[in-house]
Unconditional design. Structure first.
Length: 479
């Protein structure tokens, strides 16, 4: 009696003690019932294996025993065994009070196996024949959710709207609205969701609308549908400018602006993320740097590149090294450029083109630092490059060092090779002609030197620095 009292008051731990003690020496007429109550206690305490073991050995297996065992098997995610037990119940006890519940649970079990046809068949039986209004409502909603899982959203929404009218202003309206939510959010129809909820008497909290706008924005962003992502992120941030998901929403909004060719708006949003520590800071700083580089604003780009060059993300760090290397080389800060070039060359994950760019910059640095031997070695390795600009520069460097070594004739031969093989590379061709003029001076052929300078001055006006140098060389001839 004490055990039953605790059981009825749901004090299962105390009840278990008394039933276990009683079953050590039970009266035969009460043994089976006591075992079933102990099994129920184990079920309630989620000790499912123990509950199933007791249900199995109970001598008076009934519709109740089969039903409880089936539920326990379902909680263990053994859906096949659950279905088998429920079929036995329906077959052996067709007039049982558990028939409707068993059919409902059959629907649940089949749905868990993605067998939506059988699932809906059993939910349909419940809807058609059960007098239990609560069970009918739940079966109807579950059936509509099965349609969603089968990608039959139109059919699901039609049924949910019908259920909404049927259960308007009842406790089930909230369930119906939540069941319909995935359909509306998948279509990005936030206003449609609000209207549907309002029509069935359910108030949607503003925070839920914010969450839908955010999740819909993420959904479109993940599909690279940046135009639609912008719309939902803007709505979310307007209504929720400091809430959860702020940094992700702002970063992905800025990235969406960038991807839709609106760098001005992208900068405004991404700079906010780039300047505050958060999970998206590195990505934002990288994109801001890229925008400034595209705009030719190296000074601003460098600020962000310097921030990310020590990033824990190797890809971000490497990107910063490559771009800073180029910038320092452009500024003729060759010592810094060379350090970064070494880092870029050492990263074998870089493309061949990027590594070659680093090798060119390192070669220039070595040349400008007066490390002639190392520079010559560096440039020699680039002479056979498939990039004509790189190969032309490498031949120019060869001719330069031949001139420096007073091998004027050999230098001119190298320049002729450059002119013949890389005629399209005007810049290096023009620089090489200045070198040729110097070679002719070294060979004491002032006429050819003067003529070469005149050709440079007449034909290469686009390269003002080279023209100026040619004029200086010509002055030396006149002297």
């Amino acid at each position: 009696d004490i055990g039953y009292a605790y059981f009825k008051s749901k004090k299962f731990d105390q009840a278990e003690v008394y039933f276990t003690q009683y079953l050590k020496n039970p009266k035969p007429e009460f043994k089976n019932d006591a075992e079933l109550r102990l099994a129920d206690i184990n079920y309630a305490n989620n000790d499912l294996d123990q509950a199933i073991a007791i249900y199995d050995k109970n001598e008076d297996a009934t519709d109740y025993t089969l039903y409880q065992k089936a539920l326990a098997l379902g909680f263990k995610d053994d859906q096949a065994a659950k279905i088998s037990n429920l079929k036995s119940l329906i077959s052996k006890y067709p007039a049982s009070e558990y028939i409707d519940d068993a059919q409902y649970e059959m629907g649940v079990a089949y749905a868990a196996q993605d067998d939506f046809t059988n699932s809906n068949d059993f939910f349909g039986k419940v809807v058609k024949s059960s007098p239990d209004k609560d069970l009918v409502a739940n079966a109807s909603i579950y059936r509509a959710q099965n349609y969603i899982d089968q990608n039959q959203n139109d059919k699901a929404l039609s049924e949910l709207k019908s259920l909404g009218e049927q259960y308007k202003n009842t406790a089930y309206a909230q369930k119906i609205v939540q069941a319909a939510k995935p359909i509306f959010t998948k279509n990005g129809d936030v206003s449609g969701y609000s209207d549907f909820a309002r029509n069935v008497g359910v108030n949607i909290d503003a925070s839920e609308i914010d969450e839908i706008n955010l999740s819909t924005g993420k959904q479109y962003f993940s599909k690279k549908d940046y135009k639609n992502a912008i719309s939902y992120y803007e709505k979310y941030l307007t209504q929720n400018p400091s809430g959860e998901g702020l940094y992700q929403a702002k970063y992905e909004l800025g990235e969406s602006y960038y991807q839709t060719n609106n760098p001005t708006k992208a900068l405004l949003v991404l700079q906010e993320i780039a300047n505050v520590q958060n999970d998206y800071q590195d990505d934002a700083q990288t994109r801001v740097a890229q925008i400034y580089i595209a705009q030719g604003n190296s000074a601003e780009a460098k600020k962000y590149l310097e921030n990310i060059k020590n990033s824990s993300n190797i890809n971000v760090r490497n990107y910063a090294n490559v771009e800073l290397m180029k910038m320092y080389a452009e500024e003729k800060n060759f010592s810094q450029a060379e350090k970064l070039a070494d880092a870029v060359i050492a990263n074998n994950k870089n493309s061949a083109a990027v590594i070659e760019t680093a090798k060119v910059i390192k070669a220039r640095s070595l040349m400008n630092s007066g490390k002639d031997k190392d520079a010559q070695t560096a440039y020699t390795s680039l002479e056979k490059s498939s990039n004509t600009e790189v190969a032309a520069e490498a031949l120019y460097a060869k001719a330069f060092y031949q001139n420096k070594g007073k091998a004027f004739k050999s230098s001119n031969e190298t320049i002729f090779k450059l002119a013949n093989n890389y005629a399209s590379e005007d810049y290096w061709g023009a620089k090489a002609l200045v070198l040729m003029a110097k070679n002719y001076i070294g060979l004491k052929d002032n006429y050819q030197a003067s003529y070469t300078c005149d050709q440079i001055i007449s034909n290469y006006a686009d390269f003002s620095e080279i023209v100026t140098e040619a004029k200086e060389v010509k002055k030396q001839i006149k002297k």
